[in-house]
Design a protein around this ligand. Structure first.
Ligand code: SF4
Length: 239
């Protein structure tokens, strides 16, 4: 049952999504996200690119928040939804489906019917960056969106860092309940210190499900499933 019966948080998230999608604060990234749409590969020649910033998406009652890096130039930047229409997304959502966080194992396009349950997918940087490397000042400019998003997800207790960049970003968040000590390593589980109540927030770590990490075997489905199994234990059973 939803804890947001009047839909106020959903409305807040929708309003925030609108503001994010209109942001033009980083000239280099504005240029890059639009250039990706102009220089599209042949396989996407007929696609209409989103070519704007991406808000997060998922369940307003999420207890698990999955934090990536930034949209892919021909994935989310094309389709208009994070981890949608690329290999990373294929890997991520297959895992989320296996552990009851998604209603389907694929994420192909807006309007494909994908719904998340007790999970929310987001990132510290909302525009596709060249070589997947945002500049520090671009990240810092964008982080307030993530702070604001998390304030609208008050049930969030478990943060899943997809890679070291996400882990670092979570550590910079003021809204996370408690201070984070520890280093990124695949499978690491870090309890945040000094939370205001007994229910400590937890950060779980996994290698980013990038095509390269999966292709080289650095991250296998079994490894990812183990991390998601732990996330499910922490979050509680499917409702
Ligand atoms: S990266 Fe963030 S702050 Fe920069 S233009 Fe995109 S949405 Fe705006």
């Amino acid at each position: 049952m939803t804890t947001d019966p009047l839909g106020e948080r959903s409305l807040g998230l929708a309003e925030l999504a609108g503001r994010i999608s209109r942001c033009t604060a980083c000239p280099r990234l504005v240029e890059w996200r639009e250039e990706a749409a102009r220089a599209r590969p042949r396989s996407f020649a007929e696609d209409e690119y989103w070519a704007r910033p991406l808000p997060g998406f998922g369940d307003p009652d999420a207890r698990l928040v999955i934090v990536g890096l930034a949209p892919a130039a021909h994935g989310g930047n094309r389709t208009g939804r994070m981890f949608t229409g690329d290999r990373s997304g294929d890997f991520l959502f297959a895992g989320l489906y296996s552990h009851g966080f998604a209603n389907q194992p694929t994420s192909i396009s807006l309007g494909d019917g994908l719904e998340l349950s007790s999970a929310y997918v987001t990132a510290p940087v909302r525009c596709a960056p060249p070589a997947n490397r945002p500049l520090p000042e671009e990240r810092d400019r964008c982080m307030p969106f993530l702070e604001e998003e998390l304030r609208l997800l008050p049930l969030a207790r478990v943060y899943l860092a997809l890679g070291a960049y996400a882990f670092d970003a979570i550590g910079r968040l003021r809204g996370v309940r408690g201070r984070m000590r520890g280093r990124f390593s695949h499978g690491a589980e870090i309890k945040l210190e000094a939370s205001e109540d007994d229910e400590l927030d937890t950060v779980l770590c996994t290698y980013h499900p990038s095509q390269r990490n999966v292709f080289t075997g650095l991250l296998t489905s079994e490894m990812f499933s183990d991390v998601l199994r732990r996330a499910r234990e922490l979050v509680g059973p499917e409702s």
